[in-house]
Write a protein that binds this ligand. Sequence first.
Ligand code: ZN
Length: 245
Amino acid sequence: MNEKEFLPRVAMSIHAHPDDQEFTVAGTLARWARLGCRVVSVIVTSGDAGSNDPARDAAYKPELASLREAEQSAANQVLGIAETVFLRYPDGELEPTIALRRDLTQLIRVHKPEAVVIGDPQAVFYGNGYINHPDHRAAAQAALYAAFPSAGTRLIFTDLLEAGHEPHNVKRVYIHGSEKPDTWVDITGTLDVKITALKKHVSQLGDWDPDKMIREWAKEEGKDHGLEYAEAYKVMVLEEEKPEN
Ligand SMILES: [Zn+2]
């Protein structure tokens, strides 16, 4: 990456489940937060399907949701995130609906992020071993189209306009998990907090220590780009920065 590093003043991270952000983009968010960016974290479902314990049934879901929200809030505190929003859509049943896109459009118009950070709405398969969770794709697709065109187009969702939410143009969309990344963010200084934040998701990790895997992923992403540890993105540049002076 030859251009000067882009540092948003406000960024919004939008993901389907508690822990998605920590597995993927948390090093970038922590870096930006340290450099003065106000980061807003939007969690679309509260992960209420995240248990295969045979002793549990539907009655456990509200309890699990509040447990996972607490874990996410703790993770976000570690990362230096300014605000966390839980939209509480049902886990495992997410679709990229107009209702979801509208909710995300409202959040973008309220918080006015320069950068929106999401997963890859095109990713169905990762290698031969992982089918991307459909909630991840649904959240990413709804967020992508909230960022563009919905947030910036005055006459899309005119009920939002009537409620005082003027259009806002997002400058960049950072898409993690793309097969063709073009931007590598240096997370050498924030890898440790990424791992610490991920470890807050105790209900999901159990006894497993993610340290080695996260470190290897970050090393792999950085190695051809002169970085010890990195997170890789495809970045859509919707509005160029004005040159300084
Ligand atoms: Zn997930």
